[in-house]
Every structure is written in structure tokens, then in C-alpha cells.
Design a protein around this ligand. Structure first.
Ligand code: PEP
Length: 251
């Protein structure tokens, strides 16, 4: 039985003051004991959030890490080992905004994935197709290619210490959500791809759905057999809404 996870990606939002408010709101939420809850603040606010959530069952992750795991001369970057030192336990890799707006290709994503794991962090590998790719019938091949890039470079076993997030690009921040059936089709395909290499591992890997998840849509999405929770952007900036989404993932 896979333990659900709900993760909030705060993206490039927040000030010190608004982060205090969000932490206060989160600490007031009744969070389900059977769900792993995590938040991903901007790098600037990671320490504030780690300190603010001490004693609360909410993990803290980063939105990105350098391709190089250890500290060094790489101006502006943050090493996975530094994130680990800060008590982060997770890091997003391959988010579509970084792939499309910052030009991150699979090779860079794979290096960040490896850097994260070598520092003891769990990477959350984000994959997903654009609207054009979906309309061209390429959804499954695009997503399979993004997952295969990691398998081919690092081996399938690395997914024992990772999470996958399927995020159709056309659903991110647009208010459009994949139907539960559309999402389930892709989640099942990802799991089958992993199962072809290692069936037991495939059965244990958590695959989250992301793309305009709201409290109102969460329960139906999370009720699909291969959807193990959500990666939530905009709605995670509202503690009550995020709390409701977390509760929707519980039993
Ligand atoms: C995201 O950024 O990962 C995301 C899913 O955003 P949103 O929920 O706002 O679509």
C-alpha cells in the first residue's frame, strides 16, 4: 500500500511576512496522519520555513538544486548538500517552468536528480506534456521519454528513493485540470514503464498528479488507482485550501 503525499510548490511567491502568515495557517491545519505532507518554499525562505515548522509533520523541500551535489564555485546556485544541511528532505527536479522557461533539458534534470540523491534528498521528478504534444497524440511518448532519461542514465532502482509528479504543462497554473481518467491513463503508463524493469519497485513508487489541483477536484483525482496524491501550486499558498487538499488524500 503506497502512502499518499501532498506537496505544495510555493514557486517564486512570498515575503518574510507572508511566509509567517502561511506557516501560522499551516500549523493550524488538521493534517491526516496517513499522508506525507511537504512544502517547497523559494530558496530564500527555506530556513524560515524549516524553523517555523519544527515539531509539525510537514517536510520541507527545495524547488531546485545545482547539478553539482557539493558546495563549490557556482555563483547563484544551491547545492543539494546545502539543502540537506538545512534539513530539507526533498527537491523538485524538472519542473515544467524550469524545462520550458529556463531551458533545462533531460540531461540537466538527470544530473540534478543524481545530485539530490547523493546528498540524501528525495528528488520529485516532474514530467508532463504540453498542449500541442497532447493534441498531437504524443502524451505517453513524451512522458515515457522524460522518465526513460533517468532510467537510462541512473538505472530504475533510483526510483526506490524518489517520487514522480505527472504535471501536464497545459494544466499548470491555468485552472484547467486533467480529468481523473486522463491523469490515471498517464500514471498507469508510467507505472507500467517502471514495472517492465522492476515490478515490485513500480508498485511502491508514488506518482503524484499536479496541475491546478483544488480542494474541490482533489478527492476524485486521488481516488484513482495510480494517483498517490498531488503536487499543488497556486492552491498551496492558501493554508485552508491546502489543508483541505491534504485531507482529501487521507482515508
Ligand atoms: C505546479 O507548479 O507544480 C503546479 C501544479 O501548479 P498549479 O497547481 O498552480 O497548477
Amino acid at each position: 500500500m503506497r502512502r499518499p503525499m501532498v506537496a505544495g510548490n510555493w514557486k517564486m511567491h512570498g515575503t518574510r511576512a507572508s511566509v509567517v502568515t502561511l506557516i501560522e495557517g499551516l500549523t493550524q491545519q488538521v493534517l491526516p496522519a496517513d499522508v506525507d505532507v511537504a512544502v517547497f518554499p523559494s530558496a530564500l525562505h527555506l530556513a524560515q520555513v524549516v524553523d517555523g515548522l519544527v515539531g509539525k509533520a510537514v517536510a520541507v523541500g527545495a524547488q531546485d538544486c545545482a547539478t553539482q551535489a557539493e558546495q563549490g564555485a557556482l555563483t547563484g546556485e544551491v547545492a543539494a548538500s546545502q539543502l540537506q544541511d538545512l534539513q530539507c528532505s526533498l527537491v523538485l527536479v524538472g519542473h515544467s517552468e524550469r524545462r520550458s522557461l529556463l531551458g533545462e533539458g533531460d540531461e540537466v534534470v538527470v544530473r540534478k536528480f543524481a545530485a539530490a540523491q547523493s546528498s540524501g534528498l528525495q528528488p520529485v521528478l516532474c514530467v508532463g506534456e504540453t498542449l500541442g504534444q497532447r493534441q498531437a497524440g504524443q502524451t505517453l511518448s513524451v512522458v515515457a521519454g522524460q522518465v526513460a532519461a533517468v532510467i537510462d542514465a541512473l538505472g530504475v532502482a533510483v526510483f526506490a528513493r524518489a517520487v514522480i509528479a505527472y504535471e501536464p504543462v497545459w494544466a499548470i497554473g491555468t485552472g484547467l485540470t486533467a480529468t481523473p481518467e486522463q491523469a490515471q491513463e498517464v500514471h498507469a503508463a508510467i507505472r507500467a514503464q517502471l514495472a517492465a524493469k522492476d515490478a515490485q519497485l513500480a508498485n511502491e513508487v508514488r506518482i503524484l498528479y499536479g496541475g491546478s489541483v483544488k480542494a474541490v477536484s482533489a478527492a476524485e483525482l486521488f481516488g484513482m488507482p495510480d494517483i498517490d496524491g498531488g503536487l499543488v501550486g497556486g492552491a498551496s499558498l492558501n493554508a485552508d485550501e491546502f489543508g483541505a487538499i491534504c485531507r482529501a488524500a487521507g482515508n
